[in-house]
Ligand binder design. Structure first.
Ligand code: HEC
Ligand code: HEC
Length: 275
């Protein structure tokens, strides 16, 4: 009974002369809203790293980092990060290397093996930055990327794709899903690395990975590569159904067209039923 009266109630509105325009208007809002959301996602990460600079230069944070280091890292890296038989020196590796290693859960290392594994991070973002501040205070090295360095909105996706194929694909594969290297080592999948970790991996070159400093790949080129990896993350089935890899703008337009098409069908259906 309830269902029936619901239908009656709806058809009352369906016949209203304004119904078509209202639906079209709502449809426009929804589809353009979805598109804008996608376009703004690129700036999300830039915002999350705003206070990194403050922590880097704060003596209290450096002190907190020193204490965390003494309990969690010194057994392998030495009390003053000078290194010992269980771990290399960290003098000069820079804040970016510490942030990359600790935020990806590689450090503190759990067990020796062919390769340090990515795992669940053991420290909060704030503690990670404190550790980074401490190590950076010993000797300068590659710094944590700034919000501006991580803002790749407007990057050239086509150029990024080309640079990725030329510089990264031989180890991480064309789809970014990773691949085997020699001696039991491997280049991991890039699908869970955050844009900040991608940037930090490029400027610090962990393990067998080469360093891509600003002479090798300038800021714009790094942005292109980050944009392309983010794009790869969004294409779940490389080689399957996708829009010829033309990028987010095309996909947004595609979504918009499909959304509008579907709503037009609904509008026409309502119009026909109303007669
Ligand atoms: C069980 C021993 C162990 C512990 C504990 C450990 N590390 Fe390491 N760490 C290593 C080894 C071994 C390497 C070299 C791994 C490799 O082959 O890249 C390393 C590498 C690193 C690197 C990369 C250095 C470079 O050249 O870029 C950083 C940064 C680092 N560790 C930071 C830390 C921090 C911070 C902690 C504490 C939270 C920590 N480690 C705890 C053993 C350890
Ligand atoms: C010679 C092989 C090689 C090349 C070329 C290379 N990488 Fe790597 N990459 C590695 C290896 C090996 C690791 C794992 C390091 C570790 O576990 O400490 C790695 C790790 C990474 C990670 C960390 C992934 C994660 O989720 O933890 C990122 C991000 C990354 N590489 C990005 C890149 C980008 C971008 C390029 C091109 C500009 C590139 N790599 C080129 C070998 C390579």
């Amino acid at each position: 009974m309830a269902k029936r009266s619901g239908t009656v109630g709806f058809s009352k509105y369906r016949k209203h002369p304004a119904a078509l325009s209202v639906i079209l208007f709502l449809g426009l809002i929804v589809t353009s809203g979805v598109y804008t959301l996608g376009a703004n996602a690129a700036n999300e990460y830039a915002r999350s790293s705003v206070d990194a600079a403050a922590i880097m230069n704060d003596p209290a944070s450096i002190d907190a980092g020193k204490r965390l280091f003494a309990t969690g890292c010194a057994t392998c890296h030495g009390l003053n990060a000078q290194g010992n038989s269980d771990g290399p020196t960290l003098i000069g590796v820079g804040a970016a290397s510490v942030h990359f290693q600790v935020s990806s859960g590689r450090m503190p290392m759990a067990s020796p093996g062919a390769q340090v594994m990515r795992k669940k991070p053991q420290y909060t973002e704030e503690q990670t930055l404190q550790l980074a501040a401490y190590v950076a205070s010993l000797s300068p090295g590659p710094e944590i990327p700034t919000a501006a360095q991580l803002n790749w909105a407007g990057a050239d996706l086509a150029e990024g794709a080309e640079l990725f194929r030329a510089n990264c694909a031989q180890c991480h594969s064309f789809s970014g899903r990773g691949g085997a290297l020699t001696e039991g080592k491997y280049a991991p999948s890039l699908m869970i690395a955050t844009p900040q970790q991608i940037y930090e991996a490029m400027i610090t070159g962990p393990q067998a990975m080469p360093i891509f400093n600003d002479q090798t790949l300038n800021l714009e080129e790094k942005h292109g590569i980050i944009a392309y990896i983010e794009y790869l993350k969004d294409s779940p089935n490389p080689g399957g159904f996708e829009l010829g890899r033309y990028g987010p703008v095309t996909e947004g337009l595609f979504l918009w067209t499909i959304g509008m098409g579907a709503l037009l069908m609904v509008a026409i259906w309502i119009g026909v039923k109303a007669k």
